[in-house]
Design a binder for this molecule. Sequence first.
Ligand SMILES: NC(=O)c1ccc[n+]([C@@H]2O[C@H](COP(=O)([O-])OP(=O)(O)OC[C@H]3O[C@@H](n4cnc5c(N)ncnc54)[C@H](OP(=O)(O)O)[C@@H]3O)[C@@H](O)[C@H]2O)c1
Length: 326
Amino acid sequence: MQYRKIGKWGVKLSVIGLGSYLTIGFKIDKKTTKDTISKYYDSGVNFFDTADAYNNGEAERALGECLSGFPRHNLFILSKCWAPMSDNINDRGLSAKHIIESCHKSLKRLGTDYLDLFMCHRPDPDTPLEETVRAMEDLIRQGKVLYWGISEWPAHLITRANRVAAEIGARPITVSEPRYNLLYRFPERNLFPATEAEGIGNVVFSSLAHGMLTGKYKPGEEAPKGTRAADNDTNTIIKNMYWTEDNIRKGQELVKIASEIGITAAQLSIAWCLKNPAVTSVITGATSLSQAEDNLKAADIEIPDEVINKLDEIYPPVETVESEGK
Ligand SMILES: NC(=O)c1ccc[n+]([C@@H]2O[C@H](COP(=O)([O-])OP(=O)(O)OC[C@H]3O[C@@H](n4cnc5c(N)ncnc54)[C@H](OP(=O)(O)O)[C@@H]3O)[C@@H](O)[C@H]2O)c1
């Protein structure tokens, strides 16, 4: 396994992380969960991603149960808050009340004394940045959180939050968690330059575009049974964001390019994300041990420049700024 610093900060993460959205504590059974987590851990992975909202706390519970078998100092555990956790008006967002209460609940569900990283899952326009930054600083001073970060915030808001932190003597954002894959290259435009300027690392999610970049979906065919696209409980994002005939066809081209260099399309897609120096780690997800094994191999792949050029032709960089910060 290879490790990278988070931006300018001292702590190092494995270049492959394991996530828990729609998998751990939800789609996959206990044995597969245990085997998958052990496989990642035994391969040198130290980075595990979760959130309170993943199946309403069940992902944190299932992940915490399995991770409790490993020495705590070998783990870097990230959880998040922001999403509504009940109908209560304050059980959501980034107020000090919700951030601090959420942290306590996540610690309990995960069965740990501290979170390595606590993250604001999305921005909260109802709460001033100063309140959010101070709440994170308070948790850090109490030793309940070591670093804090944000997910899918626009670049300008990240820069502003760090200015606020500097003004009030609080710790700045350490990590950003954006969506990033061959079909979604927006972070290259504004986000990566902004995070690089701030010394912030990026841990990226959806590197396989929910499975679209594995070649498992074939033109003119139904999604195979058991896949994310075939299941109405899990297919909202894949169907709304990526599901076009053209993207399915490109997936087959990706398989061909990958096989020419002796790897799988999933490995190529993950290794492509890692080629970008703004990326600290790729948070992968897996529903089987064979997927876990496949994804882990991406850590050691160096993609030749001519392959990168071919990928740029099929999946071109974004030329226009469609959304500030993406
Ligand atoms: N911060 C955020 O807002 C945010 C949002 C989303 C995710 N995340 C984090 O990032 C993690 C990964 O996100 P994601 O699930 O969107 O990632 P992804 O890697 O794009 O998709 C993962 C899914 O692709 C399929 N897959 C994985 N490896 C495969 C392989 N080698 N071959 C074929 N199919 C494979 C599996 O689904 P099937 O087997 O069911 O087809 C798996 O559940 C999540 O678990 C979560 O921790 C964060």
